[in-house]
Design a protein around this ligand. Structure first.
Ligand code: NAD
Ligand code: IPM
Ligand code: MN
Length: 358
C-alpha cells in the first residue's frame, strides 16, 4: 500500500537537509508518495501566511509529516501571527502533537565531538519527552499592554500565562511511563515546583499517574538542577519527561552531549499515533545555502518516522545503521569535524548515507 508523506522543507537550511532526507527515503525502494508544500517564511513569501490552508491540509491528509525548519531574522519584525515560527506551533496544535520525543544518543564515533569529556558521555542513550501543545507556549492571556495596576501601573509590560490542565499532564505522563517501561524503567520528571504553581500541579499529577506504573522508578528534579546534572553526569538519566518550555531548552542542551545539535532528531506524536518528524534544531540562517549543514538529524528523524508512523522498523534500522557506517568511515560535516576525520558537505553526507544503505 502506498504511504503518503507530507514534506515541508521551510526556511534556511530546511530545504537543504530535507532534500537529503527525501533522497534517503526514496532510495529505500518503498512505495512512498511524497508531496511537498511551503511552510514558514517560504510560505509567507509565496502566499502571505506561514501556514497556508494547502500546507495544513496536506499535513492532515498525509500518513506522516517530514518537516525541515522555519524562521529567519528577516521575519522577526512581522506581527507575531505571521512569523514563520507560528507554522510549526500551528501544526503541533492543529494536529494535536502533544508528545515530542527527542532521543540523545551518542554514537561512539562522535565521543570526541561532544563538548564533554568522552568518559562522561560514552554510551549515552537518553530520551527527553517534551510536552508540546501546552505550557506558557499556548497559555492565554498573553501580550503587550500598559500595566493596568500594581507596582508598575502605567508602564508598558509583556506577559504570558503558564498553565497546564490535568488531562494534558496525565497524557504526557503516560507517554513517559510507557517509554520508561520499554527501556530501563527509570523516569525523571523535571519541573520547577519549588516556585511555580503550574509545576507543583505537574509534580502532583506525575506522582498520581506513577501509582499505575509500580514497575517504573519515578524521580523528580528541579529544572535548574537538571540542566546542571545533564552536563555533570548525563548517564544518570534514562527517560526525562518535562513541560514544553523546559523541554525546549534541555533538549538543545542535551544535543551537545551527542556532538552537535545537527545530530538530534525528533518525533512529535498525537493520540492516534500520527506524527510530525523534524530535527530538533532550527533553520540556522547563519549557515544556510552553503551546503555545510549537517543533514543527519533530519535523516534520523525520517528513520523515526518509518518506525513510529509507517510501521517500517526494519527500514528505520537500515538508515540508523547507514548513519553509523558513514560516521565509522570518518565522514563529518563541519559541526562535528575534528582532526583526523574527513570534512564533507550536506550533499556529500547524503550521498554517503545512501551509498551505505546499499
Ligand atoms: P538554530 O538551531 O537554527 O541554530 C543554532 C546554531 O546551531 C547555529 O549556529 C547553527 O548554525 C547551528 N546549527 C543548527 N542546525 C545545524 C545543522 N543541522 N548543522 C550544523 N549546524 C547547525 O537556532 P537559532 O539560531 O536560535 O534560530 C534560527 C531560527 O530557527 C530562528 O528563526 C528560530 O526561531 C528558528 N527555529 C526553528 C525551529 C523549528 O523549525 N522547529 C527550531 C529552532 C529554531
Ligand atoms: C523547537 C523550536 C520551536 C520551539 C520554535 C521555533 C517555535 O525551538 O522546535 O525546538 O520553541 O518549540
Ligand atoms: Mn528549540
Amino acid at each position: 500500500m502506498t504511504q503518503h508523506i507530507a514534506v515541508l522543507p521551510g526556511d534556511g537550511i530546511g530545504p537543504e537537509i530535507i532534500e537529503q532526507a527525501v533522497r534517503v527515503l526514496t532510495s529505500l525502494g518503498e512505495d512512498f508518495r511524497i508531496e511537498e508544500q511551503p511552510v514558514g517564511g517560504a510560505a509567507y513569501a509565496a502566499s502571505g501566511h506561514p501556514l497556508p490552508p494547502a500546507t495544513l491540509d496536506l499535513a492532515k491528509r498525509a500518513d506522516a509529516v517530514l518537516f525541515g525548519s522555519v524562521g529567519d531574522w528577516k521575519y522577526d519584525s512581522l506581527e507575531r501571527s505571521l512569523r514563520p515560527e507560528q507554522a510549526i506551533l500551528g501544526l503541533r496544535k492543529q494536529l494535536g502533537l502533544f508528545a515530542n520525543l527527542r532521543p540523545a544518543i551518542l554514537y561512539p564515533e562522535l565521543a570526541n565531538a561532544s563538548s564533554l569529556k568522552p568518559e562522561v558521555v560514552a554510551g549515552l542513550d537518553i530520551i527527553i519527552i517534551r510536552e508540546l501543545t501546552g505550557d506558557i507556549y499556548f497559555g492565554s492571556p498573553r501580550g503587550m499592554r500598559t500595566a493596568p495596576d500594581g507596582q508598575f501601573a502605567g508602564e508598558r509590560e509583556g506577559f504570558d500565562t503558564m498553565r497546564y490542565a490535568e488531562s494534558e499532564i496525565r497524557r504526557i505522563a503516560h507517554v513517559g511511563f510507557k517509554t520508561a517501561q520499554k527501556r530501563n524503567r527509570k523516569l525523571c520528571s523535571v519541573d520547577k515546583s519549588n516556585v511555580l504553581e503550574t509545576f507543583q500541579f505537574w509534580r502532583d499529577i506525575m506522582t498520581e499517574v506513577g501509582k499505575e506504573y509500580p514497575d517504573v522508578e519515578l524521580s523528580h528534579m528541579y529544572v535548574d538542577n537538571a540542566a546542571m546534572q545533564l552536563v555533570r553526569a548525563p548517564k544518570q538519566f534514562d527517560v526525562i519527561v518535562t513541560g514544553n518550555l523546559f523541554g525546549d531548552i534541555l533538549s538543545d542542551q542535551a544535543s551537545m552531549l551527542t556532538g552537535s545539535i545537527g545530530m538530534l532528531p525528533s518525533a512529535s506524536l498525537n493520540e492516534s499515533g500520527k506524527g510530525l518528524y523534524e530535527p530538533s534544531h532550527g533553520s540556522a540562517p547563519d549557515i544556510a545555502n552553503q551546503d555545510i549543514a549537517n543533514p543527519l538529524a533530519t535523516i534520523l528523524s525520517a528513520a523515526m518516522m518509518l518506525r513510529y508512523s509507517l510501521d517500517k522498523a526494519a527500514q528505520a534500522d537500515r538508515i540508523e545503521a547507514a548513519v553509523k557506517t558513514v560516521l565509522g568511515q570518518g565522514l563529518r560535516t563541519a559541526d562535528i569535524f575534528e582532526a583526523g576525520t574527513t570534512k564533507v558537505g550536506t550533499t556529500e553526507m547524503g550521498n554517503a548515507v545512501i551509498k551505505a544503505l546499499k
